[in-house]
Design a protein around this ligand. Structure first.
Ligand SMILES: [Zn+2]
Length: 486
């Protein structure tokens, strides 16, 4: 049988390739073959050897893969080696039993054809046509095969895209690995779901992400997928933040990074809790730093470019703590006099008899109202997009209306964030010893108090160190902090 298939084979014109000097590799692979023909590797190898012998080719290597159980997912070491041999020019061609022994998916097929074309290799099949990529006719066949392969990959990814869009429209999860708190089928994992609920509660009572991460780790609640090297993954404040930002916990569905509506699964926390937490997670003052930074780092702005300043050290006659512009050398000013001025301003205000007004003003925005307003606006924006989709409103009408609603939505969300100021300021307002309470506060909390009450611009005083002039620091009370004037 093997002999007859070899003799019937269309023989390559090898005069240009020097006959016996053609070096080839034989590639054999077991796979689940419905016909049962060619199932045995031994049989495939024998037929391939006969073909090579009949052509007078030198067999450099016999490569073998067994991917019966791999369902096309695992790397094929033999196939990868084959591509390497072709690319580096150690072989002139490949002999295989049939084309489907060589390719397992269209992607592999494309890689083989690309490698073969670049090296001008030949592919000879016991059952099938020869493709000699050193000839125009061979390259044409390879091009056709490659086009077909590419076309099939495109069709497949298009099918996948449409299937994903369909899942999204139905409020089902689109692919991906399981998230903390959920099983793969989006049912809850009770212990993790409890931990998620607890984490949102902690966040809303001003606990830092670092402390929440630490609590999860010490209870043995680790990240669901571990690290790349297979070791268990401990939570850090950044991974925890990413986790708690996921809309899926509020039962919200996303597609391509956008919230698309209610999901099919049971939420772990209600949407209001989740929204309020996002206002806190999005608060740049809350970004935890490993080391305490200078008091006004990221809090005050450069008077020239209005970007947040950074704390640093300048070496003059001796090292001086300074604040400087982050991006350019707009300013470089001694830190201590500025800090004394700012802390003095804040503590004076907090020591005044009308200090509780700072809280009264923060209390005024009614959080439940703001949440309801935000929800109403989000629904309205969705409705508008739908109306545009079916042609009920024009693009410019939709854009105009959406812009104003997004503006109001941001205001409502800011109101929710303002509510957190109450918790921040309360201990300073309800004390007889403002200075003592302030001095006991961790520097990160002091920074947040300053950021909540004041906006500060540090102006340039030109080159050289000068006597400190308080007018060179522009201080204004934030709108909701003014009450009846500081
Ligand atoms: Zn600047």
């Amino acid at each position: 049988m093997g002999r007859s298939s070899v003799t019937q084979h269309r023989v390559l014109d090898l005069t240009s390739r020097g006959g016996c000097c053609v070096r080839i590799a034989i590639y054999v692979r077991i796979s689940d073959d419905a016909s049962g023909v060619g199932r045995g590797v031994g049989r495939q190898r024998q037929d391939c050897l006969k073909l090579a012998e009949a052509r007078g080719w030198t067999v450099v290597e016999v490569l073998e893969d067994n991917d019966l159980s791999a369902a096309g997912k695992l790397l094929r070491p033999g196939f990868e080696r084959l591509l390497d041999l072709i690319v580096v020019g150690h072989i002139d061609g490949v002999v295989a039993w049939t084309w489907d022994r060589l390719e397992r998916n269209r992607h592999d097929s494309l890689r083989l054809i690309d490698a073969g074309q670049r090296a001008g290799a030949l592919i000879a099949l016991v059952r099938g046509v020869d493709i000699d990529m050193s000839t125009p006719a061979g390259r044409l066949s390879a091009d056709v095969l490659a086009s077909v392969a590419r076309h099939e990959i495109e069709l497949k990814s298009d099918r996948q895209r449409r299937a994903n869009a369909q899942l999204a429209a139905e409020g089902k999860k689109v692919g991906g690995r399981r998230s903390f708190g959920f099983n793969n089928d989006m049912t809850h994992r009770p212990d993790e779901a409890d931990a998620v609920r607890w984490a949102y509660d902690q966040l809303l009572t001003q606990q830092s992400q670092g402390l929440i991460a630490h609590a999860w780790n010490s209870q043995g609640l680790l990240t669901p997928h571990g690290r790349r090297d297979g070791s268990p993954g401990h939570w850090r404040s950044d991974t925890l933040t990413r986790c708690l930002r996921k809309p899926m916990y509020a039962g919200l569905h996303t597609y391509k990074g956008q919230i698309t509506g209610a999901a099919m699964w049971e939420p772990i926390v209600d949407e209001d809790t989740w929204r309020a937490a996002q206002a806190i997670l999005g608060d740049p003052m809350r970004r935890t730093k490993r080391h305490p930074k200078a008091l006004l780092h990221d809090v005050a702005l450069c008077g020239t470019c209005n970007r947040p300043v950074t704390g640093g050290i300048a070496h003059l006659s001796r090292p001086n703590r300074i604040y400087r512009c982050r991006t350019q050398w707009h300013i470089g000013r001694k830190a201590e006099p500025i800090e004394l001025l700012i802390v003095g301003t804040i503590l004076d205000r907090l020591a005044r008899r009308d200090a509780p007004d700072l809280l009264a003003d923060c209390n005024r925005p009614h959080v439940p109202d703001a949440l309801a307003e935000a929800r109403r606006l989000r629904i309205r924006i969705d409705e508008l997009a739908d109306a545009y989709a079916v042609g009920k409103v024009t693009l410019s009408q939709m854009e105009r209306a959406t812009a104003s609603m997004v503006h109001h939505l941001k205001q409502a969300e800011r109101t929710m964030a303002d509510a957190t100021r109450v918790r921040l300021l309360a201990p300073l307002v309800h004390t007889n010893d403002v200075h003592g309470t302030w001095n006991l506060m961790p520097i990160n909390e002091q920074r947040r108090v300053i950021g909540a009450l004041l906006s500060i611009r540090i102006l340039s005083t030109g080159p050289g160190m000068k006597k400190f002039d308080p007018a060179s620091v522009e201080i204004s009370w934030r709108q909701s902090a003014t009450a009846d004037g500081p």
